[in-house]
Write a protein that binds this ligand. Sequence first.
Ligand code: CO
Length: 216
Amino acid sequence: MDVYRSLLEGNKQWVQEKLGEDPNFFNDLAKGQSPQVLWIGCSDSRVPANEITRTKPGEIFVHRNIANMVVHTDMNMLSVLDYAVNVLKVRHVIVCGHYGCGGVLAAMGSQQFGIIDNWLRNIKDVYRIYSKELDAIEDDKARFDRLVELNVMEQVFDLTKTSIIQNAWRERNLPIVHGWVYSLNTGIIKDLGVSFDKSSQLNTIYQIEAKKVELA
Ligand code: CO
């Protein structure tokens, strides 16, 4: 069967399965969503947020792009973050990268790919920040793995630099921002332990004061 048709066929079977387990499955989901988690992950087809965390539709609000980046000029990411934090009021924001990430690997080299080079440059910036540590790692794969981890950590920091996160912390002490890395080889998620919440001390230069009352 053609891939295109098999997707539609798969959908039919999935609907039957879900209805078999719970006749109200779709009726309940159609009423609305109140996910507690925002997931910022890589577009890589092998890292599906719901499947690897065994969560159901309705449980995770998802944003994915190449190499799970938090780029401050990315209106798409900012809109997802704003909606998740201020409307859905998620309790956790998770940046989940993965070892073997093609975006990170491409950023480590000097080959020109096209438009995407501009996106990958953000990862090169991460390399530059940690170049001392990374250049000291002799094994290529170990250096690659470490950049994947450091890239996730930097995206977590980038989230905490946004007014969206800082205002939410001021108003309701949430969300907590986490950094994870998924292994394609084992399926296991590693928590990098870089969780940030209201109590986190951000570098002074990134601290944003509460907004003053605006005059008309
Ligand atoms: Co990737």
